[in-house]
Design a binder for this molecule. Structure first.
Ligand code: SF4
Length: 480
């Protein structure tokens, strides 16, 4: 069987977009998802609301593959909810593609979810025992089933009832027959922004989606906040049970790797943060070299910072092919080697005989980085010094990022920096310290989740068969 060759990078699970009070809601949702494509490339969908009747189009593939001018022109309505999704193979089936549209006793409701619940197994079992029949294996659907159980017909009360029962990471964009809704979990793991374009309001995982449709960024949806946007504009609700008083858990890895550099998340521009991370990395891990070479694209901003702080010139030694998509090869081929070569080519004339500092955002298993180093050496590079703009990853994420199993993470396989260095075959290796990373971020340290580096989980996952149920999959798609 053919294999996908790009499975050595952490994957973000989802991008969300919503807009209300706009005649071309579906088109703007399409553009919004286009800007959020980096948050999920396996499936996407848009639901639109036309005078209370909701229609939906979704499919497997990139936004451009799933939507055509023809499909978009059929999506008529003035409220839209869009979702772009990543999931692992096997779970990546059309019925789990979002937004989920569910008709229930209280009307129609449509939900798009970014993040992972940590108590989905218990909730699902309990709902099934008492008669709920699930259409999907996503735990986003649990939220709707809980809303249906609320002993009220009121949308706001039903949603608050459901959100009080779930635990973990969720940014939500939803709509019923009349209202666009945005919500963020009490710890604020995943970003969600509120924007405005003319008389229309929109919600987006990242502000780059607002920029594309020329919407003005208004503010972040706050942790524990629910915003109901009807004809009169946004109405904010902050149920006291969903408020976290003295700490939050903004995902620090969104800044290091996932979010687009042109986005503003958690109150800061991502590129500016990454450049600061690179500067701090240079202060903590100096080395003599001829060039600083970024691993494109996510290592670029940090490399710029490293170059600025060290005084070593920046050079483009590694060129990325942006159009690879998923590439399948035969089992007999060396998948990783081909994968690295398909994705990255080297500027051999520039690199030959030089001492270079390669700046990357993270190392997961290390297999891809190791091949990249080998290719650099084959290209005649004299010295390779690897610098990573965050601390070593040792723990899995419960909250919506797909790392590999703990045992596969390179920082767990080897018990010292020097052993990792030897495995990678680099002349020197340096990671940014935890203090250094957090010192580059705007908010106090206790506003950030750092669990994949420290193992200190702000919201504990439920246990399954004595183990944490960590085989999390897509947006709310637990291991069920
Ligand atoms: S564990 Fe890591 S990737 Fe997951 S939310 Fe926390 S910081 Fe982000």
């Amino acid at each position: 069987m053919a294999r996908d060759i790009y499975d050595d990078e952490p994957k973000e699970y989802c991008g969300l977009f919503g807009i209300t009070n706009h005649r071309q809601a579906a088109w703007l949702a399409y553009l919004g998802l286009y800007a959020l494509q980096h948050r999920g490339q396996e499936a996407c969908g848009i639901a639109v609301n036309y005078n209370g009747a909701i229609s939906i189009h979704k499919g497997m593939g990139l936004v451009n593959d799933v939507f055509s001018p023809d499909t978009l022109s059929k999506l008529k309505g003035n409220i839209a909810v869009g979702h772009t999704r990543y999931s692992t193979t096997g779970s990546s089936i059309l019925k789990n593609t979002q937004p989920l549209l569910i008709e229930y006793a209280k009307g129609s409701i449509c939900i798009a979810h970014n993040g992972n619940l940590v108590n989905s197994l218990t909730l699902r079992q309990s709902l099934e025992k008492s008669g709920s029949i699930f259409q999907t294996t996503t735990d986003s659907e649990i939220i709707i089933h809980l809303m249906a159980r609320a002993k009220t017909q009121n949308l706001q009360e039903s949603l608050i009832y459901a959100l009080k029962k779930i635990k973990g990471a969720y940014s939500l964009v939803m709509m019923d027959n009349h209202t666009l809704i945005g919500a963020r979990d009490p710890m604020g793991f995943r970003p969600l922004s509120l924007g405005k374009i003319g008389n229309s309001w929109c919600l987006a995982s990242e502000t780059c989606a607002l920029d594309l449709i020329k919407a003005k960024f208004v503010r972040d949806i706050e942790p524990g906040e629910i915003v109901f946007i009807g004809r009169d504009g946004p109405k904010s609700v902050k149920p006291k049970e969903l408020q976290s008083k003295d700490r939050f858990s903004y995902c620090a890895f969104e800044h290091v790797y996932f979010s687009r550099p042109d986005s503003v998340i958690f109150g800061e521009n991502v590129h500016s943060v990454r450049r600061k991370l690179g500067e701090q990395l240079a202060r903590e891990n100096p080395v003599d070299a001829d060039f600083v070479v970024p691993v494109p694209d996510s290592g670029f901003s940090a490399a710029l910072g490293y170059s600025k702080a060290s005084g070593i010139p920046l050079e483009m030694g590694i060129i990325r092919n942006h159009y690879v998509g998923r590439t399948f090869i035969q089992p007999a081929q060396d998948a990783r080697d081909l994968g690295v070569r398909v994705k990255f080519n080297l500027l051999k004339d520039i690199l030959k005989g030089k001492r270079i500092v390669v700046v990357d955002d993270s190392i997961v298993r290390g297999t891809t980085s190791k091949i990249r180093v080998r290719n650099l050496r084959n290209a005649g590079v004299k010295e390779v010094h690897l610098r990573i703009s965050c601390p070593p990853h040792r723990f899995p994420c419960f909250y919506g990022i797909d790392f590999h199993r703990s045992s596969e993470l390179i920082a767990n396989k080897y018990d010292s920096l020097d052993k990792i260095r030897q495995y990678m075959d680099v002349d020197s290796l340096g990671y940014l310290s935890m203090e250094g990373m957090l010192g580059c971020l705007k908010h106090p340290h206790n506003y950030y989740c750092t669990a994949c580096w420290t193992g200190k989980y702000p919201v504990m996952a439920e246990k399954k068969h004595g183990k944490f149920s960590l085989e999390v999959r897509c947006c709310g798609q637990g291991d069920i």
